[in-house]
Design a protein around this ligand. Structure first.
Ligand SMILES: Cc1ncc(COP(=O)(O)O)c(C=O)c1O
Length: 351
């Protein structure tokens, strides 16, 4: 595993304070992160939560989740499974995604980790057999137009998997299309409808596990035996706008003001499209209007007649979507106030 070098100050020492970090930098407010982790663990304790690591791609953060008792994890890529296992966090890894070449996963199983994969077709279950993966969940389409078999086909697929020598642990159904339904009552009703499909499939499949759900349905999914939430730790802007999703946006991107245009009333920071996942829109900066982002720049202006920042000032943008934002950075810095208290490599990036 290639190690990610720690960034350092120009004098060569490890940065101890926020204003010494090289920018752009991913910065996590440790207090807010700890509160998010504790709130989730209070409602979905221990193995009832199977945190999704795709959101942060950081084994250091996953280790904190494991320390709270969440020792089973959800992954989206083979690379995430490999890094989690290599980090000693391979007690029970679910690859909640279809893969057609499972040889690398077979090697992880061989090395002693427990790996279960989602299967939604005969071809994928044959790939599990061929690759040396022994445990599967039947992935059921519960309304999101993505992976997942027709609920009617789940029982047949489970029989085929067992006939091929695989252990079928249960079902998975991700209701991603419902995460951002604004009205919690409507979201609960629609989630119940999606989960009725999963329960029906489970009756045909058997096994102990009904896996699904996410940050948006953490309060409205009453069916799954394990919730696959990931974003709750660092949090997206769209989730933060929901009344029944109390988690704090603990992730920011620290940037430096590198140019100020006083006559036109704007400032330029050194973090742009290559530092923010942009699919949910621009990052925000409290008290300011963000004009636009280009490759290496974000242009912004103060609101309500407040003064422009000065050259060299540090600003902390709140990214709208954490998953693609984390995937753009090599490391995240943990801070308490202005003190940098830890640095975690974002070590599950790549494929
Ligand atoms: C299969 C699966 N499960 C769970 C999640 C959890 O998502 P979040 O907690 O970020 O809403 C995702 C996110 O995309 C997903 O793809």
């Amino acid at each position: 595993m290639p190690s990610v070098p720690r960034a350092s100050t120009s004098s060569g020492g490890d940065p101890g304070r926020l204003d010494e970090l090289p920018t752009p930098a991913l910065v996590v407010d440790k207090g807010a992160l700890d509160r998010n982790l504790a709130t989730m663990a209070g409602v979905w304790p221990g193995r009832r939560l199977r945190p999704h690591v795709k959101a942060h791609k950081t084994s250091g953060l996953a280790r904190r989740q494991a320390e709270l008792g969440h020792t089973g994890f959800t992954c989206a890529t083979i690379r995430e499974v490999e890094v989690m296992a290599a980090a000693g966090l391979g007690e029970d890894l679910l690859l909640a995604n279809e893969v057609l070449d499972m040889r690398r996963l077979g090697a992880v199983v061989e090395a002693g980790a427990r790996v279960t994969v989602a299967v939604d077709s005969d071809a994928v279950l044959q790939a599990a057999v061929a690759g040396g993966v022994r445990e599967v969940l039947i992935d059921v389409n519960v309304g999101l137009p993505r992976c997942g078999c027709d609920p009617q086909d789940a029982g047949r697929l489970a029989d085929a998997a067992r006939a091929a020598g695989l252990e079928v642990r249960g079902v998975m159904g991700y209701e991603g299309h419902l995460m951002l339904v604004a009205d919690p009552v409507e979201r609960a009703e629609k989630t119940a409808g999606a989960m009725a499909l999963l329960q029906k499939a489970h009756a045909d499949v058997g096994g102990d596990i009904l896996s699904g759900g996410g940050t948006g349905t953490w309060r409205t999914n009453a069916v799954v035996t394990e919730l696959q939430a990931g974003s709750y730790a660092l949090m997206d802007t769209a989730y933060a706008a929901q009344d029944d999703v109390p988690f704090e946006q603990s992730l920011t991107v620290l940037a430096t003001v590198i140019s100020v245009n006083a006559s036109q009333g704007y400032a330029v920071a050194d973090a742009g499209l290559k530092a923010f996942g942009m699919d949910h829109g621009n990052p925000t900066l409290p008290g300011h209007a963000v004009w636009y982002c280009s490759d290496e720049h974000t242009i912004f202006s103060p609101k309500d007649g407040a003064p422009l920042p000065a050259l060299g000032d540090r600003v902390r943008f709140v990214p709208a979507h954490i998953d693609p934002t984390c995937a753009l950075h090599e490391r995240m810095w943990m801070v308490e106030g202005d003190d940098v208290v830890d640095c975690w490599p974002v070590d599950m990036r790549g494929w």
